[in-house]
Unconditional design. Sequence first.
Length: 177
Amino acid sequence: MVVAALLFVLPAGPAQAESIVARNAMLEPSEDGWLLTTDFQIALSPTVEEALSKGITLFFILELEVNRSRWYWFDQRAGVASQSYRLAYNTLTRQYRLSAGTLFQNFTTLEQALTVLGRVRRRPMLPLSALAPGTAYAAAVRMRLDLSQLPRPFQASPFAAREWNLASEWFRFTVGP
């Protein structure tokens, strides 16, 4: 009888991790410069989801670093770029709004908005002159929640830091011949 009671207390399976995970990335040249294509899987913690549903706007930053390896000195920084995204919930229309600069798109569900946020396709990140043809480069990309853009009460709480610290690891890949 005691064993049966314990089975109801134990969770049925592993809990979903609240994080951002990079899946792949690539840079390709075009007339507009170097275009980034990458995918992230984004899962928000229940606390962050609740804050979003109550009107707190979330700011995400996509970061790209490109370096050229040198055997005789430190790596040479070839380019650094970032793109900011804004995710907000409108309680009146019950829609999520994802913005990048002056462009925006509305979604009926959070899952749809997070899927589009994590799917970066052919985004111009660096000028074409930033990388020399025929040279190999080490590139890294990540996405993170910008905690500095949150309202002050959310920035100051050390107890909520773990739930609010959403960031992917640097996803490293090679660009070049």
